[in-house]
Design a protein around this ligand. Structure first.
Ligand SMILES: NC(=O)C1=CN([C@@H]2O[C@H](COP(=O)(O)OP(=O)(O)OC[C@H]3O[C@@H](n4cnc5c(N)ncnc54)[C@H](OP(=O)(O)O)[C@@H]3O)[C@@H](O)[C@H]2O)C=CC1
Ligand SMILES: O=C(CO)[C@H](O)[C@H](O)COP(=O)(O)O
Length: 478
Protein backbone atom coordinates (compact mmCIF):
# COMPACT_ATOMS: atom_id res chain seq x y z
CA UNK A 1 0.00 0.00 0.00
CA UNK A 2 1.26 3.49 -0.91
CA UNK A 3 2.26 5.59 2.14
CA UNK A 4 0.84 9.07 1.76
CA UNK A 5 3.09 12.00 2.70
CA UNK A 6 1.28 15.03 4.09
CA UNK A 7 3.09 17.34 1.69
CA UNK A 8 0.40 19.58 0.21
CA UNK A 9 -0.19 23.14 1.45
CA UNK A 10 -3.82 23.21 0.50
CA UNK A 11 -6.76 20.99 -0.44
CA UNK A 12 -9.58 21.60 -2.92
CA UNK A 13 -12.82 19.67 -3.05
CA UNK A 14 -14.57 20.09 -6.40
CA UNK A 15 -12.37 20.27 -9.48
CA UNK A 16 -14.90 21.86 -11.83
CA UNK A 17 -14.69 25.29 -13.44
CA UNK A 18 -13.73 27.17 -10.28
CA UNK A 19 -11.90 24.62 -8.11
CA UNK A 20 -9.53 23.35 -10.79
CA UNK A 21 -8.64 26.83 -12.01
CA UNK A 22 -8.09 28.15 -8.51
CA UNK A 23 -5.70 25.26 -7.80
CA UNK A 24 -3.84 25.97 -11.06
CA UNK A 25 -3.62 29.64 -10.06
CA UNK A 26 -2.16 28.56 -6.69
CA UNK A 27 0.26 26.21 -8.40
CA UNK A 28 1.58 29.07 -10.51
CA UNK A 29 2.30 30.87 -7.23
CA UNK A 30 4.24 27.90 -5.89
CA UNK A 31 1.45 26.64 -3.65
CA UNK A 32 1.22 22.86 -3.59
CA UNK A 33 -2.43 21.82 -3.85
CA UNK A 34 -4.22 18.50 -3.56
CA UNK A 35 -7.55 18.12 -5.37
CA UNK A 36 -10.50 15.79 -4.93
CA UNK A 37 -13.68 15.40 -6.94
CA UNK A 38 -16.30 12.70 -6.86
CA UNK A 39 -16.38 12.95 -10.66
CA UNK A 40 -13.20 11.03 -11.47
CA UNK A 41 -13.06 12.39 -15.04
CA UNK A 42 -12.09 15.80 -13.59
CA UNK A 43 -9.04 14.42 -11.75
CA UNK A 44 -6.58 13.86 -14.65
CA UNK A 45 -7.47 17.30 -16.08
CA UNK A 46 -5.88 18.96 -13.06
CA UNK A 47 -2.45 17.43 -13.50
CA UNK A 48 -2.61 17.69 -17.31
CA UNK A 49 -3.19 21.45 -17.13
CA UNK A 50 -0.71 22.09 -14.31
CA UNK A 51 2.48 23.17 -16.07
CA UNK A 52 4.14 23.90 -12.72
CA UNK A 53 3.56 20.35 -11.43
CA UNK A 54 2.53 21.45 -7.94
CA UNK A 55 -0.81 19.67 -7.83
CA UNK A 56 -2.11 16.15 -7.51
CA UNK A 57 -5.65 14.85 -7.98
CA UNK A 58 -7.15 12.18 -5.70
CA UNK A 59 -10.18 9.97 -6.26
CA UNK A 60 -10.14 8.80 -2.64
CA UNK A 61 -11.17 11.34 -0.03
CA UNK A 62 -9.21 9.73 2.82
CA UNK A 63 -5.99 9.73 0.80
CA UNK A 64 -6.71 13.33 -0.20
CA UNK A 65 -7.11 14.43 3.44
CA UNK A 66 -3.95 12.60 4.50
CA UNK A 67 -1.95 14.33 1.77
CA UNK A 68 -2.51 17.82 3.25
CA UNK A 69 -0.14 19.32 5.82
CA UNK A 70 -1.75 19.82 9.25
CA UNK A 71 -3.43 22.01 10.38
CA UNK A 72 -5.17 21.46 7.07
CA UNK A 73 -6.71 24.18 4.94
CA UNK A 74 -9.38 22.85 2.60
CA UNK A 75 -11.70 24.72 0.27
CA UNK A 76 -14.95 23.41 -1.15
CA UNK A 77 -15.94 24.56 -4.63
CA UNK A 78 -18.94 22.35 -5.21
CA UNK A 79 -22.50 23.35 -6.19
CA UNK A 80 -24.22 25.33 -3.43
CA UNK A 81 -26.96 23.83 -1.27
CA UNK A 82 -27.32 20.31 0.10
CA UNK A 83 -24.09 19.14 -1.60
CA UNK A 84 -22.07 21.43 0.71
CA UNK A 85 -23.72 19.82 3.77
CA UNK A 86 -23.09 16.34 2.33
CA UNK A 87 -19.41 17.14 1.73
CA UNK A 88 -19.10 18.48 5.29
CA UNK A 89 -20.59 15.30 6.76
CA UNK A 90 -18.14 13.23 4.73
CA UNK A 91 -15.22 15.41 5.83
CA UNK A 92 -15.83 15.91 9.53
CA UNK A 93 -14.82 12.38 10.66
CA UNK A 94 -11.60 12.69 8.64
CA UNK A 95 -10.48 16.06 10.00
CA UNK A 96 -8.67 17.11 13.16
CA UNK A 97 -9.57 19.93 15.52
CA UNK A 98 -8.02 23.19 14.29
CA UNK A 99 -8.31 22.34 10.60
CA UNK A 100 -9.68 25.11 8.38
CA UNK A 101 -12.59 24.70 6.00
CA UNK A 102 -13.55 27.31 3.42
CA UNK A 103 -16.71 27.35 1.37
CA UNK A 104 -15.78 29.22 -1.81
CA UNK A 105 -19.07 28.56 -3.60
CA UNK A 106 -22.14 30.73 -3.97
CA UNK A 107 -23.78 29.53 -0.77
CA UNK A 108 -26.85 31.21 0.68
CA UNK A 109 -25.54 33.35 3.53
CA UNK A 110 -27.95 31.95 6.13
CA UNK A 111 -26.64 28.43 5.33
CA UNK A 112 -23.11 29.71 5.95
CA UNK A 113 -24.19 31.10 9.33
CA UNK A 114 -25.70 27.74 10.29
CA UNK A 115 -22.61 25.82 9.12
CA UNK A 116 -20.32 28.20 10.98
CA UNK A 117 -22.05 27.44 14.31
CA UNK A 118 -22.11 23.71 13.56
CA UNK A 119 -18.43 23.47 12.56
CA UNK A 120 -17.30 25.55 15.52
CA UNK A 121 -19.02 22.96 17.73
CA UNK A 122 -16.78 20.34 16.07
CA UNK A 123 -13.62 22.34 16.84
CA UNK A 124 -13.11 23.29 13.19
CA UNK A 125 -12.38 26.72 11.75
CA UNK A 126 -14.69 27.73 8.95
CA UNK A 127 -15.25 30.71 6.75
CA UNK A 128 -17.46 31.45 3.76
CA UNK A 129 -15.82 33.25 0.90
CA UNK A 130 -17.53 34.64 -2.17
CA UNK A 131 -15.33 34.33 -5.25
CA UNK A 132 -15.97 36.20 -8.46
CA UNK A 133 -14.34 36.18 -11.86
CA UNK A 134 -15.60 32.96 -13.39
CA UNK A 135 -13.19 30.56 -15.06
CA UNK A 136 -10.63 33.13 -16.15
CA UNK A 137 -10.73 34.96 -12.83
CA UNK A 138 -10.18 31.76 -10.86
CA UNK A 139 -7.23 30.91 -13.11
CA UNK A 140 -5.51 34.29 -13.32
CA UNK A 141 -6.82 36.36 -10.41
CA UNK A 142 -10.31 36.53 -8.91
CA UNK A 143 -11.87 38.98 -6.50
CA UNK A 144 -12.52 37.25 -3.17
CA UNK A 145 -14.85 38.14 -0.32
CA UNK A 146 -13.98 36.14 2.82
CA UNK A 147 -16.09 36.56 5.94
CA UNK A 148 -16.35 34.75 9.26
CA UNK A 149 -13.53 33.20 11.31
CA UNK A 150 -10.88 35.94 11.22
CA UNK A 151 -8.12 33.78 12.71
CA UNK A 152 -8.57 31.27 9.92
CA UNK A 153 -8.63 34.06 7.34
CA UNK A 154 -5.32 35.41 8.68
CA UNK A 155 -3.75 31.95 8.13
CA UNK A 156 -5.03 31.92 4.55
CA UNK A 157 -4.33 35.59 3.82
CA UNK A 158 -0.88 35.19 2.17
CA UNK A 159 -2.21 32.52 -0.21
CA UNK A 160 -5.37 34.48 -1.04
CA UNK A 161 -3.45 37.70 -1.59
CA UNK A 162 -1.00 35.88 -3.88
CA UNK A 163 -3.70 34.46 -6.15
CA UNK A 164 -6.09 37.45 -6.17
CA UNK A 165 -6.43 39.96 -9.01
CA UNK A 166 -4.36 43.10 -8.44
CA UNK A 167 -5.38 46.71 -9.03
CA UNK A 168 -2.77 49.44 -8.47
CA UNK A 169 -0.64 46.74 -6.83
CA UNK A 170 -3.35 45.92 -4.27
CA UNK A 171 -4.88 42.45 -4.02
CA UNK A 172 -8.62 42.20 -4.68
CA UNK A 173 -9.30 40.40 -1.43
CA UNK A 174 -10.01 41.72 2.03
CA UNK A 175 -11.56 40.43 5.21
CA UNK A 176 -15.21 41.40 4.83
CA UNK A 177 -16.56 40.93 8.35
CA UNK A 178 -18.06 38.45 10.80
CA UNK A 179 -20.33 35.46 10.25
CA UNK A 180 -21.70 35.03 6.75
CA UNK A 181 -20.85 38.57 5.58
CA UNK A 182 -18.52 37.28 2.83
CA UNK A 183 -21.25 35.24 1.21
CA UNK A 184 -23.72 38.06 1.79
CA UNK A 185 -21.52 40.54 -0.08
CA UNK A 186 -21.00 38.04 -2.93
CA UNK A 187 -24.77 37.65 -3.21
CA UNK A 188 -25.23 41.41 -3.58
CA UNK A 189 -22.36 41.43 -6.10
CA UNK A 190 -24.35 38.92 -8.13
CA UNK A 191 -27.52 40.99 -7.76
CA UNK A 192 -25.67 43.93 -9.32
CA UNK A 193 -24.37 41.52 -11.99
CA UNK A 194 -27.99 40.53 -12.83
CA UNK A 195 -28.99 44.21 -13.09
CA UNK A 196 -26.11 45.14 -15.39
CA UNK A 197 -26.66 42.07 -17.59
CA UNK A 198 -30.34 42.91 -18.01
CA UNK A 199 -29.45 46.50 -18.93
CA UNK A 200 -27.04 45.18 -21.56
CA UNK A 201 -29.70 42.80 -22.91
CA UNK A 202 -32.19 45.67 -23.23
CA UNK A 203 -29.53 47.79 -24.95
CA UNK A 204 -29.02 44.93 -27.42
CA UNK A 205 -32.78 44.80 -28.10
CA UNK A 206 -32.82 48.54 -28.82
CA UNK A 207 -29.83 48.29 -31.15
CA UNK A 208 -31.07 45.18 -32.95
CA UNK A 209 -34.84 45.60 -33.16
CA UNK A 210 -35.23 49.38 -33.22
CA UNK A 211 -32.04 50.71 -34.78
CA UNK A 212 -31.69 47.53 -36.90
CA UNK A 213 -27.93 47.28 -36.38
CA UNK A 214 -26.28 43.99 -37.31
CA UNK A 215 -23.98 41.97 -35.04
CA UNK A 216 -20.82 43.51 -36.46
CA UNK A 217 -22.07 47.05 -35.85
CA UNK A 218 -23.21 46.15 -32.33
CA UNK A 219 -19.82 44.56 -31.60
CA UNK A 220 -18.04 47.70 -32.81
CA UNK A 221 -20.27 49.90 -30.66
CA UNK A 222 -19.69 47.84 -27.50
CA UNK A 223 -15.97 47.87 -28.21
CA UNK A 224 -16.05 51.66 -28.53
CA UNK A 225 -18.06 51.97 -25.33
CA UNK A 226 -15.58 49.73 -23.56
CA UNK A 227 -12.86 52.25 -24.36
CA UNK A 228 -14.77 55.01 -22.60
CA UNK A 229 -16.58 55.53 -19.32
CA UNK A 230 -18.62 52.32 -19.75
CA UNK A 231 -15.39 50.30 -19.54
CA UNK A 232 -16.21 47.09 -17.74
CA UNK A 233 -15.76 43.36 -17.98
CA UNK A 234 -19.40 42.80 -19.00
CA UNK A 235 -19.30 45.37 -21.83
CA UNK A 236 -15.96 43.92 -22.99
CA UNK A 237 -17.19 40.31 -23.19
CA UNK A 238 -20.43 41.46 -24.81
CA UNK A 239 -18.48 42.99 -27.66
CA UNK A 240 -16.63 39.68 -28.15
CA UNK A 241 -19.87 37.67 -28.11
CA UNK A 242 -21.20 39.65 -31.11
CA UNK A 243 -18.29 38.50 -33.28
CA UNK A 244 -17.84 34.93 -32.06
CA UNK A 245 -18.21 32.15 -34.65
CA UNK A 246 -17.68 28.50 -33.92
CA UNK A 247 -14.88 26.75 -35.81
CA UNK A 248 -16.02 25.96 -39.36
CA UNK A 249 -19.18 28.08 -39.03
CA UNK A 250 -19.78 31.33 -40.85
CA UNK A 251 -22.45 32.75 -38.62
CA UNK A 252 -22.48 34.25 -35.14
CA UNK A 253 -23.06 31.71 -32.35
CA UNK A 254 -25.25 34.17 -30.41
CA UNK A 255 -27.94 33.88 -33.09
CA UNK A 256 -28.25 30.14 -32.33
CA UNK A 257 -28.76 30.60 -28.58
CA UNK A 258 -32.28 30.37 -27.10
CA UNK A 259 -33.52 33.65 -25.60
CA UNK A 260 -34.49 31.96 -22.32
CA UNK A 261 -32.18 32.88 -19.41
CA UNK A 262 -31.31 30.52 -16.58
CA UNK A 263 -30.40 31.45 -13.00
CA UNK A 264 -28.85 29.68 -10.04
CA UNK A 265 -30.45 31.80 -7.32
CA UNK A 266 -28.11 34.56 -6.17
CA UNK A 267 -30.07 37.31 -7.96
CA UNK A 268 -33.32 36.11 -6.44
CA UNK A 269 -31.69 35.94 -2.99
CA UNK A 270 -30.53 39.56 -3.36
CA UNK A 271 -34.11 40.65 -4.05
CA UNK A 272 -35.51 38.51 -1.24
CA UNK A 273 -32.99 39.86 1.29
CA UNK A 274 -33.62 43.45 0.15
CA UNK A 275 -37.37 42.96 0.59
CA UNK A 276 -36.78 41.52 4.07
CA UNK A 277 -34.70 44.58 4.96
CA UNK A 278 -37.11 47.08 3.30
CA UNK A 279 -34.40 48.30 0.92
CA UNK A 280 -35.53 49.20 -2.61
CA UNK A 281 -33.44 47.66 -5.42
CA UNK A 282 -35.88 47.83 -8.36
CA UNK A 283 -33.35 47.33 -11.18
CA UNK A 284 -32.16 44.07 -9.62
CA UNK A 285 -35.74 42.95 -8.90
CA UNK A 286 -36.61 43.66 -12.52
CA UNK A 287 -33.59 41.74 -13.78
CA UNK A 288 -34.66 38.68 -11.77
CA UNK A 289 -38.23 39.01 -13.05
CA UNK A 290 -37.06 39.40 -16.65
CA UNK A 291 -34.99 36.19 -16.47
CA UNK A 292 -38.15 34.47 -15.21
CA UNK A 293 -40.27 36.09 -17.92
CA UNK A 294 -37.82 35.03 -20.63
CA UNK A 295 -38.58 31.35 -20.08
CA UNK A 296 -42.23 31.85 -21.18
CA UNK A 297 -41.16 31.64 -24.80
CA UNK A 298 -44.35 30.15 -26.24
CA UNK A 299 -46.57 32.61 -24.37
CA UNK A 300 -44.33 35.46 -25.51
CA UNK A 301 -44.64 34.27 -29.09
CA UNK A 302 -48.45 34.02 -28.91
CA UNK A 303 -48.80 37.44 -27.31
CA UNK A 304 -46.34 38.92 -29.76
CA UNK A 305 -48.64 37.88 -32.60
CA UNK A 306 -51.73 39.16 -30.81
CA UNK A 307 -50.42 42.56 -29.72
CA UNK A 308 -48.26 43.87 -32.49
CA UNK A 309 -46.84 47.31 -31.75
CA UNK A 310 -46.02 49.19 -34.91
CA UNK A 311 -42.49 50.48 -34.56
CA UNK A 312 -41.85 53.65 -36.48
CA UNK A 313 -38.18 54.38 -36.58
CA UNK A 314 -38.17 57.69 -38.39
CA UNK A 315 -36.97 57.38 -41.94
CA UNK A 316 -33.75 59.17 -41.28
CA UNK A 317 -33.03 57.89 -37.78
CA UNK A 318 -29.74 59.36 -36.70
CA UNK A 319 -27.79 56.28 -35.55
CA UNK A 320 -24.91 58.38 -34.21
CA UNK A 321 -27.26 60.50 -32.10
CA UNK A 322 -29.27 57.49 -30.92
CA UNK A 323 -26.20 55.53 -29.85
CA UNK A 324 -24.86 58.57 -28.02
CA UNK A 325 -28.16 58.84 -26.12
CA UNK A 326 -28.04 55.11 -25.44
CA UNK A 327 -24.53 55.38 -24.04
CA UNK A 328 -25.73 58.16 -21.70
CA UNK A 329 -28.78 56.07 -20.77
CA UNK A 330 -26.68 53.01 -20.01
CA UNK A 331 -24.26 55.03 -17.90
CA UNK A 332 -27.13 56.52 -15.90
CA UNK A 333 -28.83 53.14 -15.39
CA UNK A 334 -25.51 51.51 -14.47
CA UNK A 335 -24.90 54.15 -11.77
CA UNK A 336 -28.42 53.58 -10.47
CA UNK A 337 -27.84 49.81 -10.32
CA UNK A 338 -24.56 50.05 -8.41
CA UNK A 339 -26.14 52.67 -6.10
CA UNK A 340 -28.98 50.29 -5.24
CA UNK A 341 -26.52 47.47 -4.48
CA UNK A 342 -24.26 49.67 -2.33
CA UNK A 343 -27.28 51.02 -0.44
CA UNK A 344 -28.39 47.46 0.27
CA UNK A 345 -24.89 46.67 1.59
CA UNK A 346 -24.91 49.62 3.96
CA UNK A 347 -28.42 48.90 5.26
CA UNK A 348 -27.66 45.16 5.67
CA UNK A 349 -24.44 46.05 7.48
CA UNK A 350 -26.50 47.90 10.11
CA UNK A 351 -29.21 45.24 10.33
CA UNK A 352 -26.83 42.26 10.59
CA UNK A 353 -24.09 44.16 12.51
CA UNK A 354 -21.52 43.26 9.84
CA UNK A 355 -19.75 46.63 10.10
CA UNK A 356 -18.98 46.46 6.39
CA UNK A 357 -16.34 48.75 4.94
CA UNK A 358 -18.15 49.73 1.73
CA UNK A 359 -15.09 51.52 0.30
CA UNK A 360 -13.02 48.37 0.74
CA UNK A 361 -15.70 46.29 -0.96
CA UNK A 362 -15.73 48.68 -3.93
CA UNK A 363 -11.92 48.50 -3.96
CA UNK A 364 -11.78 44.70 -4.23
CA UNK A 365 -14.52 44.71 -6.89
CA UNK A 366 -12.35 46.86 -9.21
CA UNK A 367 -10.40 43.82 -10.40
CA UNK A 368 -11.00 40.15 -11.07
CA UNK A 369 -14.75 40.08 -10.63
CA UNK A 370 -17.63 40.00 -13.09
CA UNK A 371 -18.90 43.50 -12.17
CA UNK A 372 -15.48 45.17 -12.35
CA UNK A 373 -15.69 48.49 -14.13
CA UNK A 374 -14.11 51.89 -14.46
CA UNK A 375 -17.03 53.33 -12.51
CA UNK A 376 -16.10 51.30 -9.42
CA UNK A 377 -13.17 53.74 -9.00
CA UNK A 378 -15.73 56.53 -8.52
CA UNK A 379 -17.65 54.40 -6.02
CA UNK A 380 -14.43 53.55 -4.18
CA UNK A 381 -13.47 57.23 -3.94
CA UNK A 382 -16.99 58.25 -2.88
CA UNK A 383 -17.05 55.84 0.08
CA UNK A 384 -13.36 56.38 0.93
CA UNK A 385 -13.88 60.14 1.19
CA UNK A 386 -17.04 59.79 3.26
CA UNK A 387 -17.32 56.63 5.36
CA UNK A 388 -20.81 57.71 6.46
CA UNK A 389 -22.08 58.28 2.90
CA UNK A 390 -25.79 57.59 3.11
CA UNK A 391 -26.33 56.97 -0.58
CA UNK A 392 -24.14 57.06 -3.68
CA UNK A 393 -26.44 59.66 -5.27
CA UNK A 394 -25.32 62.10 -2.52
CA UNK A 395 -21.74 62.11 -3.83
CA UNK A 396 -20.76 65.26 -5.80
CA UNK A 397 -19.05 63.39 -8.67
CA UNK A 398 -21.93 60.97 -9.03
CA UNK A 399 -24.37 63.90 -8.95
CA UNK A 400 -22.68 65.55 -11.92
CA UNK A 401 -22.54 62.25 -13.87
CA UNK A 402 -26.27 61.67 -13.27
CA UNK A 403 -27.18 65.23 -14.29
CA UNK A 404 -25.09 64.92 -17.44
CA UNK A 405 -26.75 61.68 -18.58
CA UNK A 406 -30.32 62.16 -17.34
CA UNK A 407 -31.59 63.58 -20.66
CA UNK A 408 -30.21 60.53 -22.47
CA UNK A 409 -32.09 57.98 -20.40
CA UNK A 410 -35.33 59.98 -20.54
CA UNK A 411 -35.08 60.27 -24.31
CA UNK A 412 -34.26 56.57 -24.84
CA UNK A 413 -37.13 55.48 -22.61
CA UNK A 414 -39.58 57.79 -24.40
CA UNK A 415 -38.61 56.19 -27.71
CA UNK A 416 -38.62 52.68 -26.24
CA UNK A 417 -42.04 53.04 -24.66
CA UNK A 418 -43.49 54.74 -27.74
CA UNK A 419 -42.31 51.84 -29.86
CA UNK A 420 -43.34 49.04 -27.51
CA UNK A 421 -39.76 48.05 -26.67
CA UNK A 422 -40.31 48.10 -22.94
CA UNK A 423 -36.79 48.27 -21.45
CA UNK A 424 -38.03 47.59 -17.91
CA UNK A 425 -34.60 47.61 -16.20
CA UNK A 426 -33.83 51.05 -17.69
CA UNK A 427 -37.27 52.22 -16.56
CA UNK A 428 -36.68 50.82 -13.07
CA UNK A 429 -33.28 52.53 -12.85
CA UNK A 430 -34.73 55.91 -13.78
CA UNK A 431 -37.88 55.36 -11.71
CA UNK A 432 -35.72 54.63 -8.66
CA UNK A 433 -33.86 57.92 -9.17
CA UNK A 434 -37.02 59.94 -9.80
CA UNK A 435 -38.79 58.48 -6.79
CA UNK A 436 -35.81 58.87 -4.49
CA UNK A 437 -35.48 62.57 -5.33
CA UNK A 438 -39.13 63.31 -4.51
CA UNK A 439 -39.43 65.14 -1.19
CA UNK A 440 -43.20 64.67 -1.42
CA UNK A 441 -44.70 61.42 -2.59
CA UNK A 442 -48.18 59.98 -2.90
CA UNK A 443 -47.67 57.66 0.07
CA UNK A 444 -49.89 59.79 2.32
CA UNK A 445 -52.75 58.53 0.14
CA UNK A 446 -51.67 54.92 0.70
CA UNK A 447 -51.71 55.57 4.44
CA UNK A 448 -55.21 57.07 4.20
CA UNK A 449 -56.44 54.08 2.17
CA UNK A 450 -54.95 51.60 4.66
CA UNK A 451 -56.66 53.38 7.50
CA UNK A 452 -59.93 53.65 5.53
CA UNK A 453 -60.25 49.92 4.82
CA UNK A 454 -58.27 48.35 7.63
CA UNK A 455 -58.03 50.84 10.53
CA UNK A 456 -54.24 50.59 10.19
CA UNK A 457 -53.74 54.16 11.47
CA UNK A 458 -51.58 56.94 10.07
CA UNK A 459 -49.17 59.58 11.31
CA UNK A 460 -49.61 63.31 10.72
CA UNK A 461 -47.16 65.96 9.58
CA UNK A 462 -45.92 67.95 12.59
CA UNK A 463 -48.24 66.19 15.04
CA UNK A 464 -46.93 63.29 17.09
CA UNK A 465 -48.88 60.12 17.65
CA UNK A 466 -50.89 57.78 15.46
CA UNK A 467 -54.42 58.44 14.27
CA UNK A 468 -57.44 56.59 13.02
CA UNK A 469 -60.42 58.12 11.22
CA UNK A 470 -63.87 56.73 10.66
CA UNK A 471 -63.72 57.79 7.00
CA UNK A 472 -67.34 56.91 6.20
CA UNK A 473 -70.19 54.78 7.48
CA UNK A 474 -69.61 51.04 6.88
CA UNK A 475 -71.34 50.32 3.56
CA UNK A 476 -72.98 47.11 2.53
CA UNK A 477 -70.93 45.26 -0.12
CA UNK A 478 -74.03 45.13 -2.37
N1 LIG B 1 -18.69 29.03 -12.59
C1 LIG B 1 -18.57 30.27 -12.15
O1 LIG B 1 -18.39 31.23 -12.92
C2 LIG B 1 -18.67 30.57 -10.69
C3 LIG B 1 -19.13 29.63 -9.80
N2 LIG B 1 -19.18 29.93 -8.46
C4 LIG B 1 -19.66 28.97 -7.49
O2 LIG B 1 -18.61 28.06 -7.20
C5 LIG B 1 -19.14 26.75 -6.92
C6 LIG B 1 -18.56 25.75 -7.90
O3 LIG B 1 -18.93 26.19 -9.20
P1 LIG B 1 -18.32 25.54 -10.52
O4 LIG B 1 -16.88 25.26 -10.34
O5 LIG B 1 -18.79 26.41 -11.62
O6 LIG B 1 -19.12 24.16 -10.56
P2 LIG B 1 -18.77 22.85 -11.40
O7 LIG B 1 -20.05 22.12 -11.54
O8 LIG B 1 -18.00 23.18 -12.61
O9 LIG B 1 -17.80 22.04 -10.42
C7 LIG B 1 -18.22 21.48 -9.21
C8 LIG B 1 -17.56 20.14 -9.06
O10 LIG B 1 -17.88 19.61 -7.79
C9 LIG B 1 -18.15 18.21 -7.98
N3 LIG B 1 -18.91 17.68 -6.88
C10 LIG B 1 -20.26 17.63 -6.72
N4 LIG B 1 -20.56 17.00 -5.57
C11 LIG B 1 -19.40 16.64 -5.00
C12 LIG B 1 -19.07 15.94 -3.81
N5 LIG B 1 -20.02 15.52 -2.98
N6 LIG B 1 -17.77 15.73 -3.54
C13 LIG B 1 -16.82 16.14 -4.38
N7 LIG B 1 -17.06 16.81 -5.54
C14 LIG B 1 -18.34 17.05 -5.83
C15 LIG B 1 -18.90 18.21 -9.28
O11 LIG B 1 -18.99 16.92 -9.81
P3 LIG B 1 -20.29 16.59 -10.74
O12 LIG B 1 -20.14 17.43 -11.95
O13 LIG B 1 -20.19 15.12 -10.97
O14 LIG B 1 -21.49 16.97 -9.93
C16 LIG B 1 -18.04 19.12 -10.11
O15 LIG B 1 -16.94 18.47 -10.68
C17 LIG B 1 -20.67 26.91 -7.01
O16 LIG B 1 -21.17 27.22 -5.75
C18 LIG B 1 -20.83 28.10 -7.94
O17 LIG B 1 -22.06 28.76 -7.79
C19 LIG B 1 -18.73 31.12 -7.97
C20 LIG B 1 -18.25 32.07 -8.82
C21 LIG B 1 -18.21 31.90 -10.24
O1 LIG C 1 -21.21 33.84 -9.26
C1 LIG C 1 -21.10 33.84 -10.47
C2 LIG C 1 -20.50 35.01 -11.14
O2 LIG C 1 -20.25 36.06 -10.27
C3 LIG C 1 -21.59 32.66 -11.22
O3 LIG C 1 -21.21 32.66 -12.56
C4 LIG C 1 -23.05 32.46 -11.07
O4 LIG C 1 -23.39 31.18 -11.49
C5 LIG C 1 -23.89 33.46 -11.84
O5 LIG C 1 -25.21 33.40 -11.45
P1 LIG C 1 -26.36 32.74 -12.37
O6 LIG C 1 -25.87 31.35 -12.69
O7 LIG C 1 -27.58 32.78 -11.53
O8 LIG C 1 -26.44 33.61 -13.60
Amino acid sequence: METIQAGFDFGMIGLGTMGRNLLLNMSEHGIKGAGYDKDTTKIPLLEQEDEDHNTKGFDDITAFIKSIKPPRAIMMLVPAGKIVDDVLEELIPLLDKGDILIDGGNSFFQDTRRRDIYLQSKGLHFFGMGISGGEEGARYGPSMMPGGDKTAYEVMKPILEAIAAKVDGEACVTYIGPEASGHFVKTVHNGIEYGLMQLIAETYEYLKYFLKLDNAAIAALFEKWNNGRLQSFLIEITSEIFTYKEKGENHILLDDIKDEAKAKGTGKWTSQIAMDLDVPIPTIDTAVAMRNLSIYKSLRTLLGDKYKTETHPEEAVDIGHQTKLLEDAFYFAMISTYAQGMHLLSKASEAYKYDLNIADIARIWRGGCIIRSEFLNTIYKAYSNDKELDHLFMNKNVESELKETETGIRSILQTAIGNGLGMPAFAASLGYFDSLKKASSGSNLIQAQRDFFGAHQYEKINVSGTFHTQWTGIKSSK
